[in-house]
Design a binder for this molecule. Structure first.
Ligand SMILES: *Cc1c(COP(=O)(O)O)cnc(C)c1O
Ligand SMILES: [Zn+2]
Length: 425
């Protein structure tokens, strides 16, 4: 049973029933799920979570879908790894990697999509759809395959091959649009009015976005029910960034953290901040698409849309839906925002691969380069407990690194090997 009271406008506070709605009729503000925290606080416990499945559904009490038979390809419960090699290189003694690149469709998007797909079936939809920067298309197609329903996924046509194939293989209706993500999103918003489909990041967005809270819950659980001092997170729409923060604060308010007093009735939508939550939220974008970072740097209260031109296509949203809410999270948490130069993205991918044996996509290259900047600048101190979120898999963006890998091509002989081996390195 889901402990959901309904939906609520994040701007004017008007309330709506828990239906497939995402925008307030009165002020056009985005809607967010409202939970019955009083009841949740009666049933939830660390013990109950620990006995749950090794997927996001162990946190079902805090997710907005009925979890009896979820659309589950085992998203979540990904490794949290002590980063000894990368930590040594960056001078950080207490660094952890949340490796979400090993999800079933190879990005963190499986978390929100598993929730949205489950909710879509609950509402009786027979088609799930999305506007995607790449990874979302893969995840929606995979979950639709699992559920035995149709997927219609829209992508910009200039995506990396690994993402086109990584979505197409599940046999969705894959629509490659000659335009930017922001144009794809606008098209899908119009289609959502006419087609009876569950667009996971449009009419299902309030439910969908909640899935990313599990990135906060899991890190806390894996650290022994503690929160880190710093997290370093990439942003496109900013939804994941805000939901990690929400997840931390819900855990604190529900008394699930070590040594933290519960205050469940203090939880309010999107302003939620338990005083014991002192994690600094650091947002990283790529310079070629950094509207939220720019707004933060210029102390703007609005995020001005940009036209993306970035190697990190999965982060290329020029008009981020959760931009202003992200700014509030940076502010409330004492965090920061940084835009990585485009020329450092591949360095970040290489650095993570060479020091930790983890091959991330361009978004991860952005995040690792951002982490490096935060360590160098002293924003993160050597002993601070730090978690860097690696959200996507490098095998999907091979184009980005093709030019920097150097296999030894030899004839099949000892001599051939030795010539190449001694000469080559
Ligand atoms: C979509 C995506 C993001 C950004 O997610 P938002 O919630 O839109 O900020 C980050 N990393 C990867 C790999 C993604 O696919
Ligand atoms: Zn409103």
């Amino acid at each position: 049973m889901a402990f959901v009271n309904g939906l609520k406008c994040r701007e004017c506070g008007r309330e709506y029933p828990a239906e497939p709605l995402n925008v307030c009729d009165f002020c056009f503000g985005p809607l967010e799920v409202v939970y019955d925290y009083a009841t949740i606080s009666e049933v939830i416990s660390r013990d109950r979570i620990e006995k749950g499945p090794l997927s996001i559904w162990r946190y079902k009490d805090l997710l907005p879908a009925e979890a009896d038979d979820p659309v589950d390809i085992m998203a979540g419960f990904t490794p949290l790894i002590k980063a000894k090699g990368l930590g040594k290189t960056l001078g950080l003694n207490n660094l952890y990697i949340k490796n979400d690149s090993v999800n079933p469709s190879f990005s963190f998007k499986d978390r929100p999509v598993s929730v949205a797909a489950t909710k879509a079936l609950e509402f009786g939809y027979e088609t799930i759809a999305c506007a995607s920067t790449g990874n979302l298309a893969c995840s929606v197609a995979a979950h639709a395959a699992r559920a035995g329903i149709r997927a219609v996924v829209f992508i910009p046509s200039d995506l990396e091959r690994g993402k086109i194939i990584g979505a197409a293989i599940y046999n969705p209706v894959l629509v490659a649009v000659d335009g930017s993500y922001d144009q794809v999103n606008r098209l899908c918003s119009e289609l959502a009015d006419d087609y009876p489909w569950a667009f996971v990041n449009i009419n299902m967005r309030p439910y969908y976005a909640e899935g990313s809270k599990t990135l906060g819950y899991e890190v806390a659980e894996q650290l022994g029910w503690r929160l880190p001092d710093h997290v370093v997170v990439p942003a496109a729409s900013g939804a994941m960034f805000t939901k990690i923060w929400k997840g931390f604060n819900e855990m604190a308010c529900l008394g699930l953290l070590e040594g933290v007093e519960a205050s469940p009735f203090g939880i309010d939508q999107n302003t939620v901040h338990h005083p014991a939550v002192t994690t600094a939220m650091h947002m990283i974008q790529a310079e070629g698409c950094s509207p939220i970072v720019t707004a933060w740097a210029n102390k703007q209260t609005q995020v001005i849309a940009v036209r993306p031109d970035s190697l990190a296509k999965s982060l290329a949203i020029g008009n981020p839906a959760d931009g202003i809410y992200s700014l509030k999270v940076i502010d409330n948490s004492g965090g920061s925002a940084y835009a990585v130069p485009e020329s450092n993205i591949v360095d970040g991918i290489k650095l993570l691969a060479e020091t930790e044996g983890i091959f991330t996509e361009t978004a991860g290259g952005v995040t690792v380069s951002g982490l490096k900047h935060l360590a160098k600048s002293g924003a993160i101190k050597p002993d601070d407990l730090t978690v860097v979120y690696i959200t996507g898999n490098g095998l999907k963006t091979q184009e980005a690194v093709e030019g920097v890998v150097n296999p030894l091509y030899i004839k099949p002989s000892i001599r051939g090997f030795e010539e190449a081996f001694t000469g080559g390195k």
